[in-house]
Design a protein around this ligand. Structure first.
Ligand code: NAP
Ligand code: GLV
Length: 322
């Protein structure tokens, strides 16, 4: 009988749960179909101004008017890992913000960053240019220990990336707010160890959340502390990087190149100097895409857990901003 009452207590009545969907730049129909298939008892609708109050929201960069109307939300599920667009808004005081917690992104990020690091280290761009001109010539093999990679941000994505890089025997440094012990990764933490981390790094990878503490973190003063011939890989947010400072250090020769997936303004304006810079490789914010089915499964699992009063991962701390 004890077990039976425990199970009965855990049965969740989702009949009365209302979910609203408000995602900019997203094809809502396939998300709504997936959410409804996973939670057939719940009422799930796209948000329109004046819609009935919902219990949960699935969002990406919603307008302030959405949050001003939906003041009773228990939680807002962000369909990305980064919540910077959401944290700029005024949120109802009792509403939890829940970010995507991997949901298939960390493996994509590991692929992307390892690809960029290896392309640079093995000089594949140089070989491609040679071969395109019919030139068959070898470059002197580079020494791996001369290319320590520093990963800023050792969260869900950064940890996976750091481990993947270490599996190729690159020396890997990691920098985070709190102290971390990740395999062979040399850990640095907090502002006190930032300069030491930079000075020990030649290839810098940014996987930090965008917060007031991390905005403009890659600028003249900090990038200038990297080992000579430094290389920058930004896969977090465009506002982590001061664009003019990167160009200055590339042109002056202290930095040898950059791979950029994220930009202050997206799409990148056609007049931006990055488009024509020979040392910059770019992709259109695609390093780790939101995978719809994985994300729906994660969000639905968390709604059910919250309805049961169970804890869920990925709740954003409003003070830290990530
Ligand atoms: P996460 O799990 O929250 O990890 C954030 C990491 O950054 C943590 O290790 C944290 O340190 C560290 N950190 C935060 N503030 C810091 C500070 N002031 N000083 C030092 N370390 C600090 O985030 P995630 O899931 O890995 O995602 C990271 C970011 O990647 C997202 O916020 C998003 O902007 C970006 N992203 C980009 C794409 C893309 O396609 N380009 C896709 C997904 C995500 P602690 O561990 O000590 O807290
Ligand atoms: C994408 O940039 C994300 O934050 O998930």
């Amino acid at each position: 009988p004890g077990h039976r009452s425990c199970r009965v207590d855990q049965v969740v009545n989702l009949m009365s749960v209302n979910i609203t969907f408000c995602c900019a730049d997203t094809q809502s129909e396939s998300w709504l179909t997936g959410l409804r298939a996973a939670l057939p008892q719940a009422s799930i609708e796209s948000w329109v101004p004046g819609a009935k109050p919902a219990d949960y929201a699935v969002v990406w960069a919603p307008p302030q008017s959405f949050l001003d109307e939906q003041t009773q939300l228990k939680a807002v599920f962000n369909i990305g890992a980064g919540v910077d667009a959401l944290m700029k808004l005024r949120l109802p005081i009792h509403t939890k913000v829940v970010r995507l917690d991997d949901a298939g992104m960390s493996v994509q990020m590991a692929e992307y960053v390892c690809h960029a690091v290896i392309r640079h280290f093995r000089e594949f761009d140089g070989y491609a240019a040679d071969m395109a001109q019919g030139i068959w010539s070898f470059r002197k093999p580079r020494i791996r220990s001369d290319f320590p990679v520093g990963v800023m941000g050792l969260g869900v994505l950064g940890e996976r990336v750091a481990k993947a890089l270490a599996s190729f025997d690159f020396p890997v440094n990691g920098w985070s707010r709190s102290v971390k012990a990740i395999g062979t990764v040399r850990g640095f933490s907090g502002e006190a160890q930032f300069d030491e981390f930079l000075a020990a790094t030649r290839i810098l990878v940014c996987l930090l959340p965008l917060t007031p503490d991390t905005r403009n973190i890659m600028r003249l003063e900090t990038l200038g502390k990297l080992l000579p011939g430094g290389y920058v890989i930004n896969v977090a947010r465009g506002a982590h990087l001061v664009d003019e400072d990167l160009v200055h250090l590339l042109d002056g020769g202290h930095l040898s190149g950059a791979t950029l997936d994220v930009f202050r303004t997206e799409p990148l304006p056609s007049e931006h100097p990055f488009w024509r810079h020979p040392k910059i490789t770019m992709t259109p914010h695609t390093s780790a895409r939101t995978l719809r089915d994985e994300s729906i499964a994660q969000i639905v699992g968390k709604i059910v857990a919250m309805e049961r009063g169970e804890p869920v991962a990925g709740i954003v701390d409003p003070v830290r901003g990530y």
